[in-house]
Design a protein around this ligand. Structure first.
Ligand code: ATP
Length: 468
């Protein structure tokens, strides 16, 4: 199903009402490009991260994990090139004081791609075409365009002669992996080819309006650096590259429930590749505001490790234990932002279903493994010991590590609908017969039908149904 502009608005209202995502600092009027995950959002997000770990890390024998610090020695960002080149070209409207990304302004109004153009050329394009300020709708009184670094800076106080040192909130998790490459090789006796995976926060001073959680200032990345021997020919690295591309595709389609029609692989054309990358493919998603990058896959050659070796003066080469050959490994990097993925997952799952006879329901068709709750326990009545029995069943499941919600208020029909819209795959109803023979009804979210013989199952058999 394709999405329209209205879908985004519907999704934002829906996620706030149901406790998935709230606007950040809302009671103070908010803060641009910040969002808070509510109780259901936290469960969904954690399940997505866990599914990513299972798919890319835990199910393989050649992967290691890392959790590196957000703050790093500033030399890291000099070596990686972030201090000098991690910048967007900005322009201000002097009349309104609004600031915009110059490339977006030009692309939206003139449909020209200005990547690689100088600030002078960009200023000329903006002024000579009398570009409008998209917020006021009037022609802007534009400043010169200039590059501004996107890293957030802060100061670290120290005892001694140099009391204050400039440090950055990391703009990506990848560099943390590169600087510990050697440590992992040594402590784990890791042998190339192998990968290091990391999930963690990254920060970018983005000023563009966010399209909900698409472009935010604080986000989480799930990144892998997969180290390979220097390839002898293009086929060598491209074979591994294609394997990772397929692994990403199967994750999005099979595990995240993204439909084939909304997922697009886009190969960067050679001129648009970063100088260190030989091939980059973005997985794009058809968001309601356009087909945009969800994740990336880049073959970065030996650029990063070589840069760090040169800047730190440390030997970051690897010695093959079989051949004794010494080299700086090359690297293939799959990378995805958690929030962009959460958005795609929610957009795919959100369904307004017409049930006929004027009846309808909102259904969140999440894959079962990532739904916030696996099962809801509902006592038919609060009285006669049904609520107590239901509570005790719920607790039994919780201690087994199954994500459970318990709801005793309103008619059973209303309670089913509440679970449908937050994506709970199963609802267990505890009724009078439960007290007699230990059986319950078990309703499936998608079919709305009860499973088991005569529509009942023994509670003791529940795992068999809901965990398969
Ligand atoms: P874009 O071109 O959209 O700014 P990028 O190419 O700079 O993204 P990368 O540096 O490749 O992004 O980062 C890897 C992944 O991190 C992206 O594919 C995306 O999923 C996520 N990401 C990057 N910037 C943001 C952001 N500001 N908000 C949310 N997620 C982000």
């Amino acid at each position: 199903m394709s999405h329209t502009k209205d879908t985004l608005d519907t999704l934002m209202k829906f996620t706030a009402r149901t406790g998935f995502v709230y606007q950040g600092s809302e009671i103070y009027g908010g803060l641009a490009n910040t969002w808070d995950f509510g109780p259901k959002g936290v469960l969904l997000k954690n399940n997505i991260k866990e599914a990513w770990r299972n798919h890319f890390v835990l199910s393989r024998s050649d992967m290691y994990e890392l959790d590196s610090d957000i703050f790093m020695n500033s030399k890291v960002w000099e070596a990686s090139g972030h201090t000098s080149t991690f910048a967007d070209c900005m322009v201000d409207d002097k009349k309104s004081k609004h600031r915009f990304r110059a490339d977006h302004l030009i692309e939206d109004q003139l449909d020209i791609d200005v990547e690689g153009r100088s600030p002078e050329e960009i200023t000329e394009i903006i002024r000579s075409n009398k570009l409008k300020n998209p917020i006021t709708g009037e022609a802007g009184d534009w400043t010169e365009a200039r590059y501004m670094n996107m890293m957030f800076e802060t100061n670290r106080d120290k005892i001694g002669n140099d009391p204050s040192q400039k440090i950055y909130l990391r703009p990506e998790t990848a560099q943390g992996i590169f600087v510990q490459f050697k440590s992992v090789v040594q402590s784990e006796r890791a042998q190339v080819p192998f990968g290091i995976a990391q999930i963690g926060k990254a920060f970018r001073n983005e000023i563009t309006p966010g399209n909900f959680m698409y472009r935010i200032v604080e986000f989480e990345q799930m990144e892998i650096e997969y180290f390979i021997a220097p390839p002898e020919n293009d086929e060598d690295w491209n074979t591994i590259f294609e394997q990772w591309l397929e692994l990403q595709r199967s994750f999005y389609i099979d595990k995240m429930g993204i439909s084939e029609e909304n997922l697009v692989a886009k190969d960067h054309v050679t001129e648009k590749l970063s100088h260190y990358s030989k091939r980059t493919v973005d997985w794009e998603y058809k968001y309601p505001f356009g087909t945009k990058e969800l994740s990336g896959l880049a073959y970065r050659t030996d650029f990063d490790l070589s840069q760090h070796a040169q800047t730190s003066g440390k030997d970051l080469s690897y010695q093959d234990p079989q051949t004794n050959q010494k080299y700086i490994p090359h690297v293939i990097e799959p990378s995805v932002g958690v929030e962009r993925l959460v958005m795609a997952v929610l957009l795919e799952a959100y369904t307004e279903e017409d049930l006929g006879n004027g009846d309808s329901r909102i259904l969140l068709k999440l894959p079962y493994d990532i739904a916030p709750y696996r099962v809801a326990i509902l006592p038919l009545m609060k009285k006669d010991g049904l609520a107590e029995q239901a509570e005790s069943f719920a607790q039994e499941l919780r201690v087994k590590g199954i994500s459970v919600t318990y709801d005793k208020s309103g008619s059973i029909g209303k309670r089913y609908r509440r679970q449908d819209e937050i994506g709970t795959p199963w609802c267990v109803t505890v009724d009078y017969q439960t007290l007699e023979d230990g059986t319950v009804t078990l309703r499936n979210r998608d079919t709305m039908e009860q499973v088991g013989e005569n529509g009942r199952i023994a509670f003791t058999e529940l795992d068999k149904y809901i965990l398969s």
